[in-house]
Design a protein around this ligand. Structure first.
Ligand SMILES: C[S@@+](CC[C@H](N)C(=O)[O-])C[C@H]1O[C@@H](n2cnc3c(N)ncnc32)[C@H](O)[C@@H]1O
Length: 198
C-alpha cells in the first residue's frame, strides 16, 4: 500500500485491475451527482483521471488540490480546473456542493487524520475512496459488519453514510445528509480510464 504522501505517478502502472473497477464506479457516481450547476472540490487530485471524468459533466466550478509536482504537471494540462497547489490537510474549507476525497489510504486506522476535513464538509455530498475492506479477510468480519462499523464511526462525526460501492480491495463511499444506507457489490470493470492518462 502506498503511503499517504506518495505521488500517484509512482504506482500508476501497478493498479490496472483495481482502476478498472474504481473508475467504473466513479463514472457512475459522477454521472449521478454532477451537472452544469455543480461546484466541485477534489482533494488529492493525483494525475487527474477523476478530474477528467468530472470535467466531462461541465461543472460550474471545479477546484483540485494536489501536493506533488509530478502530478501537478499532469493536472496543469487539464482545461477548466482551478488547481490549488498545497497540502489537502491544510487548505482552508472551500465552498462547494460535492467533494471528492481520494487519498492513497483512508480507513479505520487512519480515520482520525481526516476528521477535520470530514467535519468541515459534513453538510455536503462527499465521495470517499476507502481502502479498509482490503483487510476484511484478515479481520474475519463480513462486508456488512465492516460498513456498519464505518457508518457508525462517520455518524459520530455527524456524517451520514448513504451508499457504498464495494469491491474486494477498496470501496467508494457516498456520504449524503439524510439517506438510508445502500451497499452495492460492484463487479463491472471499465478500461476507458486508460485514455484519460497524460
Ligand atoms: C489516489 S491518488 C489520487 C488519484 C486521483 N484522484 C485520480 O483519480 O487520478 C492520491 C494523490 O494524493 C496526493 N497527495 C498525497 N498527500 C497529499 C496532501 N497532503 N495534499 C495534497 N495531495 C496529496 C498524492 O500525490 C497522490 O497522487
Amino acid at each position: 500500500m502506498a503511503k499517504i504522501e506518495t505521488s500517484q505517478v509512482k504506482y500508476l502502472k501497478g493498479r490496472k485491475k483495481n482502476y478498472n473497477l474504481k473508475y467504473a464506479i466513479l463514472n457512475e457516481v459522477i454521472a449521478k451527482e454532477i451537472d452544469a450547476r455543480s461546484v466541485v472540490v477534489e482533494l488529492f487530485g493525483g494525475i487527474g483521471i477523476t478530474s477528467k471524468l468530472i470535467q466531462s459533466r461541465s461543472p460550474l466550478a471545479h477546484y483540485v488540490v494536489e501536493l506533488n509536482q509530478d502530478c501537478l504537471e499532469y493536472l496543469n494540462k487539464i482545461p477548466n480546473i482551478k488547481i490549488i497547489e498545497g497540502d489537502a490537510f491544510k487548505v482552508p474549507k472551500l465552498a462547494c456542493d460535492i467533494i471528492f476525497l481520494d487519498p492513497n489510504s483512508f480507513n479505520f486506522t487512519n480515520l482520525p487524520k481526516y476528521e477535520k476535513i470530514l467535519k468541515a464538509y459534513k453538510h455536503k455530498t462527499l465521495v470517499i475512496t476507502e481502502t479498509g475492506c482490503f483487510n476484511l479477510k484478515f479481520n474475519s468480519i463480513t462486508s456488512t459488519e465492516h460498513f456498519a462499523r464505518l457508518a457508525d464511526k462517520l455518524s459520530r462525526l455527524g456524517l451520514n453514510l448513504a451508499r457504498v460501492y464495494h469491491t474486494p480491495n477498496f470501496s467508494i463511499l457516498v456520504v449524503k445528509p439524510s439517506h438510508k444506507l445502500i451497499i452495492e457489490k460492484w463487479e463491472d470493470e471499465w478500461t476507458g480510464w486508460k485514455k484519460l492518462v497524460g
